[in-house]
Design a protein around this ligand. Sequence first.
Ligand code: C2G
Length: 128
Amino acid sequence: MKKVITYGTYDLLHVGHINLLRRAKELGDYLIVGLSTDEFNAEKHKEAYHSYEDRKVILEAIKYVDEVIPENCWEQKTDDVVKNGADVFVMGDDWKGKFDFLKDYCEVVYLPRTVGISTTKIKHDLHG
Ligand code: C2G
């Protein structure tokens, strides 16, 4: 079984997230998502609208997602890849190059971002 792993906040779920998750799943048979905890989001200087618990329930309802694990820090990825036996690590290409150190442990794939949508844009558009 080919396992794929990816990470993110996945707040205010939108088509960019779904496009990423669909393409990530297409690279294997089993997709694990490392979901940023509320505490880790603070480290990323991001504040999610939905709590970790709610973002986890939402992600687990997506047919492309097989498992959700907490992302507590930047440094856990190597451990996660090894512990979960991940064959492929996937991120949107806004992260291009940032996780190349994982190439020693698995395939690293950066996928083109979906243009024109982001959680930040949704927040701005709604607040006028
Ligand atoms: N994404 C995308 N297209 C968009 C918006 C997001 O392809 N229009 C992708 C991002 O590149 C990322 C995933 O969707 O791979 C989740 O995006 P975010 O929730 O914004 O995640 P981020 O804050 O980038 O956190 O350790 C890695 C971090 O947790 C990534």
